[in-house]
Ligand binder design. Structure first.
Ligand code: OOG
Ligand code: NI
Length: 456
C-alpha cells in the first residue's frame, strides 16, 4: 500500500477552492456576495467580542472564510451513485434525506459532506444534491422523452471515473492523481451555454416544470449556487439591495436570536443566461443564483421537534408560503412563536435541546466520581455550541421556489421515499443526529479522560 495518499480532507479543500474560483468567473455576482459577507463578518466580529472569542475557542473562526456550500440536481440513479463515488474521493458522505415534493418540487435530496469534526474543521464544504423524480410527472410521453435524453448523457469525464475507481481500489490517491482528479471532477459542475435539446423540447420540459428543463436539457449538473457563511444575515440581507443585488423577500429558517439555532438563509434571484439550443435556436435559461447563510447550534431530536412545531405555527398564521406581500407579518409571527424557544446556551444545554462540545477550562483537581453537571458547576469543563452542518427541508423548498420563480405550484402526492433514494444512491444516507451525538460524546470522553474522571 502506498504511504503517499493525499488526505481526502485536502482533496476536498482543493476542490472547494477550485469550484469557488470557477463560480466567481461564471457568476461575477457571487464575487460581490463574497465581498459583502467578508465585510459584514469583519464588522460583526469587531462589534461582538464575545462571539469572536467563542468562534476562536471552537476553531470556527479559522474555517469561516473558506466555508461554503453548493447545490446540484442530477437526473438518474446512475448519475447519483457515480456522484457518491466522486464525492467519496473528497471525504464527503451522504448525510440526511430531504423530501421536497410536499413543496411542489419533484426531487428528493441528500447533503454530501465530511462527517468527523476534525474533517469539518479542515474543510466544511458541502453539496446539497437532488435527484429528479420523473415518476412524479404524470405526462407519460414527456416522462419517457426526458428519461431517453438523460440516458444518452455522461456527466463525468472518463478520467474522473477512472480515478474514482483507482481511489476505491487503492484506498487513496497520490498527489498527482488527486490534483488531476480535482481538475477532472470540476468539469461536471460547469455551466454549458449549449443545451443538448431543441428549443421546442426545452419548452415542453419547461412547461411541465422549470426544474425538469434545468436538469434534462443540459450536458451536466451545473452548480446552481455557492453559499458563503455570514455571522449576521439580517445585516447581509439589508446590504444586498444597497449593492444592487435583489434579495429574496424573507430569510428562511428561525427568526433572529441571541443564540442562533440551525440555519438561516437568503438568496438573490437567478440570472437569465443566453443559451444556444440544438438546431442553433437562441434562447435563455435561468438557473444560477447566489445565497447567504448563517449557521447556529445543532438541535437534538427534542429541539428539532420544537423548532418544527413553532415554524408550523408561524406559517399557519399567514396564507400560503411567505412572500413579498406578507413578509413583515410573517417575520412578526416567527418572532412571536419562537418566544417559546429558550434563547440562552445554559437553558438549551440543561433542557437537552441542542448539541454542544465540551472543553477543558484548565482547572485541575476534579473529584474522580464527579458527574458532568458537577464538573461544569465547579469550573472544570465548559461547553460551546456545536454548529449545525446540514440543511432544512422547508428552507430548501423556499430557496428552490425563489429561484425557480414559478407562480403556480405543482401538487404532488406526498410520498417521501428514502428507500427509493437510497437504492438510486447505492448506499444508505447517514443520520445527522447520530453524527452530532458522536461529536458531543467524543468531546466529553476526551475531557473526562484528561481530568482522570470515570465516564459514566
Ligand atoms: C437547492 C436548494 C436548497 C439550500 O441551501 O437549502 C439549498 C437547489 O436549488 O438545487 O441549496
Ligand atoms: Ni443552498
Amino acid at each position: 500500500m502506498s504511504q503517499n495518499f493525499v488526505n481526502p480532507d485536502q482533496i476536498r479543500a482543493w476542490f472547494s477552492r477550485a469550484m469557488s474560483d470557477m463560480y466567481k468567473s461564471e457568476v461575477p455576482l457571487y464575487d460581490t456576495l463574497l465581498d459583502l459577507v467578508a465585510q459584514v463578518n469583519a464588522k460583526t466580529l469587531a462589534a461582538q467580542p464575545e462571539l469572536a472569542a467563542q468562534l476562536a475557542r471552537t476553531g470556527e473562526i479559522e474555517r469561516l472564510d473558506i466555508e461554503r456550500h453548493g447545490a446540484i440536481r442530477v437526473g438518474t440513479a446512475q448519475e447519483l451513485s457515480n456522484m457518491r463515488r466522486v464525492f467519496a474521493v473528497m471525504g464527503m458522505q451522504p448525510v440526511g434525506y430531504y423530501d421536497l415534493s410536499p413543496a411542489g418540487v419533484p426531487v428528493h435530496s441528500t447533503a454530501f459532506r465530511a462527517t468527523h469534526e476534525a474533517s469539518l474543521q479542515a474543510s466544511p464544504f458541502r453539496v446539497f444534491t437532488s435527484l429528479l423524480r420523473l415518476e412524479l410527472i404524470d405526462d407519460e410521453a414527456l416522462r419517457e422523452k426526458a428519461a431517453r435524453i438523460l440516458a444518452a448523457r455522461q456527466i463525468f469525464t472518463d478520467r474522473a471515473l477512472e480515478l474514482a475507481a483507482r481511489f476505491e481500489a487503492q484506498g487513496g490517491l497520490d498527489e498527482a492523481d488527486a490534483r488531476e482528479f480535482v481538475a477532472e471532477a470540476l468539469h461536471t459542475f460547469r455551466w454549458h451555454s449549449e443545451a443538448t435539446v431543441s428549443l421546442a423540447d426545452y419548452q415542453e420540459l419547461h412547461g411541465q416544470h422549470r426544474l425538469i428543463a434545468d436538469v434534462v436539457a443540459f450536458k451536466g449538473p451545473h452548480i446552481n449556487h455557492l453559499t458563503p457563511r455570514t455571522l449576521d444575515i439580517d445585516e447581509a440581507q439589508a446590504e444586498m439591495p444597497r449593492r444592487g443585488v435583489s434579495a429574496k423577500a424573507v430569510i428562511e429558517g428561525p427568526p433572529p436570536r441571541k443564540c442562533p439555532i440551525l440555519l438561516r438563509q437568503t438568496s438573490f434571484k437567478a440570472l437569465e443566461e443566453a443559451v444556444r439550443f440544438a438546431g442553433s435556436d437562441a434562447g435563455s435559461h435561468t438557473a444560477r443564483f447566489g445565497e447567504i447563510e448563517q449557521r447556529g447550534v445543532a438541535l437534538t431530536r427534542k429541539g428539532r421537534a420544537l423548532y418544527d412545531h413553532l415554524l408550523d405555527l408561524a406559517r399557519s398564521r399567514i396564507s400560503g408560503a411567505p412572500n413579498e406581500g406578507n413578509a413583515d407579518a410573517y417575520m412578526r409571527n416567527l418572532q412571536d412563536s419562537f418566544a417559546a424557544f429558550p434563547d440562552d446556551y445554559e437553558q438549551l444545554h440543561a433542557q437537552g435541546l441542542a448539541y454542544f462540545r465540551y472543553f477543558l477550562t484548565g482547572k485541575q483537581g476534579a473529584e474522580p466520581g464527579a458527574d458532568l453537571q458537577t464538573l461544569i458547576a465547579q469550573g472544570h469543563i465548559r461547553f460551546e455550541p456545536l454548529v449545525y452542518e446540514d440543511f432544512l427541508p422547508v428552507s430548501a423548498a423556499g430557496i428552490f421556489q425563489s429561484n425557480l420563480g414559478d407562480k403556480a405550484q405543482a401538487e404532488y402526492a406526498q410520498n417521501a421515499s428514502q428507500a427509493a433514494f437510497e437504492q438510486a444512491l447505492g448506499a444508505k444516507v447517514q443520520d445527522e443526529l447520530a453524527l452530532y451525538q458522536d461529536t458531543q460524546d467524543r468531546s466529553l470522553a476526551a475531557c473526562l479522560q484528561a481530568l482522570g474522571v470515570q465516564a459514566g
